[in-house]
Write a protein that binds this ligand. Structure first.
Ligand SMILES: [Zn+2]
Length: 179
């Protein structure tokens, strides 16, 4: 049986083992990964996000548009929240799940906190994401994991990830290679 790390490019450091997902989580994380590939194809950074209500209603999809949109805050998770929040009452977001193709950054973790969403499922972890950007750990990034951000809240969060890391890697392997 393949492990995620065996499927990763040679220059990608191994990460933690994939978390197990149930069928619904796998389905929507795969959709977020699909959106990440679309973002990459459009010339943006390859990140996608999906917000699903507790009852399984698709509340929003988002993808990174920082380059085409000219807004450095246009991360996939923030864009999904900006799409969902005006259309749905806060109660719909409380209890919803944020699916993110990559581990949410500090800004997105903060936005998730403010939205009321308390459950996150992500694909590729931040450490491996940084490796794609050819950056040394310690340079140019806010190196606080989303779990660390959420841990500063007295409210309980459920965070599942990394998961489907090999699949989540594919759009990054294609995108960052272009330089
Ligand atoms: Zn972000």
């Amino acid at each position: 049986m393949n492990t995620a790390s065996n499927d990763l490019p040679n220059d990608t450091p191994n990460g933690p083992a994939d978390a197990a997902l149930d069928d619904r989580d796998a389905l929507y994380l795969r959709r977020a990964i699909e959106l990440s590939a679309q973002a990459g194809h459009s010339g943006n950074r390859p990140f996608g996000a999906v917000i699903l209500s507790r009852d399984g209603e698709l509340l929003a999809e988002g993808w990174n548009d920082t380059l085409s949109g000219g807004d450095c805050t246009g991360h996939a998770e923030v864009n999904a929240l900006r799409s969902a929040a005006p259309k749905h009452p806060r109660e719909a977001l409380v209890g919803a799940t944020m699916y993110a193709s990559g581990e949410p950054c500090v800004m997105c973790a903060g936005a998730i906190f403010w939205s009321g969403i308390r459950r996150v499922v992500f694909g590729l972890d931040a450490v491996r994401l940084r490796s794609f950007r050819q950056m040394h750990v310690g340079a140019g990034d806010l190196e606080m994991s989303c779990r660390e951000v959420f841990a500063t809240s007295p409210q309980a969060f459920e965070v599942i990830g990394p998961a489907l890391a090999a699949e989540a890697t594919v759009p990054h392997a294609a995108f960052w290679k272009r330089g």
